[in-house]
Write a protein that binds this ligand. Sequence first.
Ligand SMILES: *Cc1c(COP(=O)(O)O)cnc(C)c1O
Length: 865
Amino acid sequence: MPLPDRWIVLKFGGTSVSRRERWDTIGRLARERAEDGAARVLVVVSALSGVTNELQAIADGGAIGDRVDALIERHRAFSVELGLEPGSVLGERTTVLRALANDARAATRALDWQAEVLAQGELLSSTLGAAYLRAQGLDFGWCDAREWLDAIALPNQNAWSTRLSVSCRHESDAAWRARFARQPARMLLTQGFIARHGDGGTAILGRGGSDTSAAYFGALLGAQRVEIWTDVPGMFSANPRIVPEARLLARLDYAEAQEIATTGARVLHPRSIAPCRDGNVPMAILDTARPDLAGTRIDASATTVPGVKAISRRNGIVLVSMESIGMWQQVGFLADIFERFKRHGLSVDLIGSSETNVTVSLDPSENLVTGNVLEALAADLAEVCRVKVIAPCAAITLVGRGMRSLLHRLSDIWAAFGRERVHLISQSSNDLNLTFVIDEADADGLLPQLHAELVHSGAMPMHDASVFGPSWHEITHGRAQRGPAWWRGRREALLQAAARGTPRYVYDLATLRARARALAAIDTIDRRFYALKANPHPTILRALEAEGFGFECVSSGELAHLFATLPGLEPERVLFTPSFAPRREYEEAFARGATVTVDNIEALQRWPDVFEGRGLWLRLDLGRGEGHHAKVRTGGSQAKFGLPLPRLDAFVAQARALDARIAGLHAHLGSGVELPSHWREVYAELAAHADRIGTVATIDIGGGLPVPYLPDAAPLDLEAWARGLAEVKALYPQYALAVEPGRFLVAECGVLLLHVTQVVEKDGMRRVGCDAGMNALLRPALYDAFHAIANLSRPGGDTAQGDGVLAFDVVGPVCESGDVLGRQRLLPAATSEGDVLLVADAGAYGMAMANTYNLRALPAEDVIE
Ligand SMILES: *Cc1c(COP(=O)(O)O)cnc(C)c1O
């Protein structure tokens, strides 16, 4: 039977070839492609993990004999693990290795000798692998990659790079291809990393060379595709170890993939993309441990999706800032300085320039940036300019198509950098990347925040499932730990409620109680208060009172409403934590017996009679704010809340002068804070300050607990949260611990029901209009908040999946461009006038912020059991 003329190239790295079961996977994957895919298969392998480093040490001339013995022993042991007879399989390879150790060229560490030494790792691993696969009955041949890949000489190469970091010819060539195809076996195994030098000796492709080898073979063979098998599922929208919410990138074009490979995590060597792009060969990045995941596909498919695809951080960036000392716009200044970089073998990455200053960055992965080199460079540059070296810096890069058209969506990103010191901003001329260079120390913790902001702002088009796959968290922990939302099972009841008129909020008491009980079950917490500004609905207040919660009020109006709703409520269960309230409100709160929290000295100074002899709580600003949006960060110098720490002693003295007792310490630094460790830290800081004050009985660590608004967001890990609190409690058992969440208790229990008024297409943008928008739910307009939206009237309208869905902007009827409840949401294509839309997780700060702007009526409210 003639062999097929279609090839699939598979590449496996070091960790994928170092265990017997991994070779079983290689054999199975190759056979599936050969049989089901009716193709021929070429498998390209790396050396066993760690072997190339050992060979490099040999090439560097250290302890050659011992190292060779150890390497031979390692491969003999592995052949035994594979059930092979070491002597017969490895005999010839061992002889070559020993001969190289004794070669006369070893003394001078000749480059051609080094190349031969380095090549042995792949020759060994491929020899063992081929023998093993044949022993499993597979039709596998072996070939020496040096017979097929020819190194080419490039301008500007030195002796080292023409031997140890070569590029290869890869234009498709019918004669080459016919010759390659004449090899008898259906499946072939060969080595990555090595090629034939022009002089007939061995050449090396350099680090990451196996990916590039596979790409060269793919291009030469005009392969159907090149599959790069690694130990991660593909490229991600951010480094998943730092950002668990990072999403698998399902599809990229070559240029985007190149950019991400260059600036981000090194899943794929950047050099390997150009050969495939030149030969129009699709690439796939796949996970050997999870072979069923679709991975990342890289190809030239027609539709490109504009938007940020990934954000990355590179450390160890060195900035060189050069101030011209000659005249402005001096001719040849750039030529003078760049000539000096060339002289020191340094390649420049980013460039920023003004009339008198040029600042460039050096990427250590492309350069040998040692202190000596930098000193020599600086000395040379000093002849023509004033030099300043700024290091270590981090480069934060956003990658994606059409960066220039996205700037308006990046305002929160700019704001985040506004708090750091940005040394350099660079926008690539291919419109594929935007890079910010800051001090390394400032970059810590920034990536998760920036990633979340890119998602919130819509700059990352997460709704496009062809580009954004599952999150890392989902891949490793399974999807949706957050059980299905209550409203999915209540469609009929909700449609009936909507028939009584919309806009209408509906609250589910069972969900409210579930959240309340989850908090009540944490026995480290002594006192629980509900921040009723999140949702003051009387039924909700009664339900939480019955669950043992007290209440936190921020105005006289809230106090009056609370006591009117719950006339028998003990005043000890009420906190009053106002901001810039008039004197009268403090007097009223004291008169009602509530616990009053003060957050500035001026109040004590101006109204001494109000506070004299009282017990009060003090709200501190711990010097930073946190939370889901700048407008909800309630700490730090930009926020109006809290007493700054440097004034603590003065406050204590002032209180003492009034014979007022500081009985509680309080901090509430923001809302929707994602990290469970935040409260632990706040608790520990407050407790340490409480020790200094001496009169404190209660530590109140505020609210701000997050809820998972985004479809793939993980809920707060309450257990980790409670564990952190328990650790601090063990150190400070003398203080009662209080919390005062709002959002956490009520957000998920509420939905907003709307009727569709009009569906309109304008300039290619589809919009679904509703009978209320920012007047009923202000959060999207105010905070760019995300709320899931479903169409309750259509089958499948709550899943946002499958055929027959389209992306719509969901808008309200208010005369404001910001009146958008959700951008580019997937809804049934048939969505039309009269359909009922549900806006999810709207129980917190929904009705509470509703308004009558445009003289539109307030929403109705229902509570269901
Ligand atoms: C608003 C507020 C809270 C509640 O915040 P959530 O983010 O809804 O939990 C708690 N404490 C104070 C002082 C507040 O102003």
